[in-house]
Design a protein around this ligand. Structure first.
Ligand code: ADP
Ligand code: ASP
Ligand code: MG
Length: 458
């Protein structure tokens, strides 16, 4: 059997008919590209999140439905409104409207995921039609028949073994005969309810499906930029594409805010050592970034990433002095609420930790609940600082050469650093700053460490 490539296209890549045609060209120009994973068309998931909130009145639901229908109908119009798919999209839009009205009366996270999943269902139905209209043997595939997850609606975790078995049985055989088009972002639990993997989760879906296909030899992430840049090109115009980067560095970049990849994307690729390509669906000739286990260059500073909306929690208790188990207690509370803690620093009587607050749950809700805070407050003082940003320098051997800290912090002498984490990984150095200084920090660090200077320091 041939090698198989999985190609994932993000929201802007499938925003309209013309964008879908660009994707079709990329898919069909390589006969190995047999599995296509799509996001919802740009803007659709945000509308669906609002529609599922239960907070809209009927007039507002109609208004959002109008916007949603306009996106889907413009693609249908350009396709020539063929029989079958036109009625199917109309039916799906009716279902969304009914469910959104139901959410006003009775709202829960399972219903939110069900409503939000329609974005990917519709984009994949339409893209399958685009391929068929061009004469290709394309097949729509409901990823929920293979993508088994747990029950955490809004941020469900895949169950890899079940996914792998399902994929071998139900998906892999189709790849011999068809270009299979399926959904990113969504899955289903053991009783068949629709779940979602968290915002931006389609990258992760593509990597998980790549991992589950035995002869997959590349995962392609097609987006609106021609690769992974030294920093977000929207923030620094001098940012440049990194031609190749290691799995470890890319994972750190994604974790610390480089939105171009969902944070979990790299892990399935690492498990099977499948290279990941990132490129622009608008300009596939522009090249892109290869993410792989080894790269020829290993610069000390490769990139700088920004993650906004960080929460700093400072937990203070005199009982911490010389005590055993204080941190274990704290972390067991976070574990109970399914919250992952990022950075940690400790002093004699306090521990500071950060929580990512970028609305990674599909419903956009805060992860810090009242109950969690009350539990923490029952045995320590809790201070919450918001309005912070996390800056992360990513590179290689950062804690193994002298001068790393000096190079970083001398570049931003005018900035108030709130917390520093360094040394746990040789691939990053990260710290918190006030939100209003974050972009200045990124620009300065990029300018001093990634544009002018040699990247190896001794
Ligand atoms: P998609 O809808 O295709 O998944 P996203 O919007 O999720 O696309 O990700 C692409 C965006 O990520 C880019 O438009 C860019 O602004 C942002 N981004 C942030 N950091 C980086 C980076 N280091 N390199 C490239 N893009 C980045
Ligand atoms: N459509 C989903 C979102 O907007 C998933 C994705 O785009 O990856 O978050
Ligand atoms: Mg994305």
């Amino acid at each position: 059997m041939n090698q198989i490539r999985v190609a994932k296209f993000g929201g802007t890549s499938v925003a309209n008919y013309q964008a879908m045609c660009n994707c079709a060209k990329i898919v069909t120009s390589n006969p190995d590209t047999k599995l296509v994973v799509l996001s919802a068309s740009a803007g659709v998931t945000n509308l669906l999140v609002e529609l599922s909130s239960g907070n809209l009145d009927v007039a507002n639901i109609e208004e959002r439905m109008g916007k949603l229908a306009a996106i889907e109908n413009s693609i249908l119009d350009d396709l020539g409104r063929p029989e079958g798919i036109t009625q199917e999209i109309e039916k799906l839009l009716h279902e969304i409207s009914d469910l959104a009205k139901h959410a006003i009366i009775e709202h829960d996270d399972a219903l939110t995921d069900r409503i939000v999943s329609y974005g990917e269902i519709m984009s994949t139905k339409l893209f399958t039609e685009v391929l068929k209209a061009q004469g290709f043997n394309a097949k729509w595939f409901d990823v929920r028949t293979v993508m088994r997850t747990d029950n955490r609606f809004g941020k469900a975790a895949p169950i890899i073994e079940v996914l792998s078995n399902n994929a071998k049985e139900k998906l892999v055989p189709l790849l011999n005969d068809y270009i299979v088009v399926t959904q990113g972002f969504i899955g289903s639990n053991a009783i068949g309810q629709t779940t979602t993997l968290g915002r931006g989760g389609s990258d992760y879906s593509a990597a998980l499906l790549g991992e589950a296909i035995p002869n997959c030899n590349a995962i392609e992430i097609w987006t609106d930029v021609p690769g992974i840049y030294t920093t977000d090109p929207r923030l620094v115009k001098e940012a440049h594409v990194i031609p190749e980067i290691t799995f470890s560095e890319a994972a750190e970049m994604a974790t610390f805010g480089a939105k171009v990849l969902h944070p979990a994307t790299i892990f399935p690729a690492v498990r099977r050592n499948i290279p990941v390509f990132v490129g622009s669906s608008k300009d596939p000739q522009a090249g892109g970034t290869w993410v792989r286990s080894q790269t020829t260059s290993k610069p000390t500073f490769r990139a700088v990433a920004l993650r906004r909306n960080q929460i700093l929690l400072t937990l203070q208790s005199p009982n911490m002095i010389g005590a055993c188990g204080f941190l274990a207690n704290i972390f067991s509370i976070f574990a109970k609420y399914g919250i992952s803690v990022d950075l940690i620093t400790t002093s004699e009587v306090s521990v500071s930790l950060t929580i990512d607050h970028t609305g990674s749950q599909s419903n956009g809700q805060s992860v810090l609940s009242e109950q969690l805070l009350n539990e923490l407050k029952s045995f320590c003082k809790v201070r919450i600082d918001e309005g912070l940003s996390l800056i992360a320098l990513i590179g290689n051997g950062m804690s193994q050469v002298s001068g790393t800290g000096a190079a970083v912090f001398s570049s931003i002498l005018d900035v108030n650093i709130r917390m520093i984490c360094y040394g746990a990984s040789s691939h990053n150095l990260c710290f918190l700053v006030n939100q209003d200084q974050a972009e200045h920090c990124i620009a300065e660090l990029h300018h001093k460490l990634l544009e002018d200077n040699p990247t190896i320091i001794q």
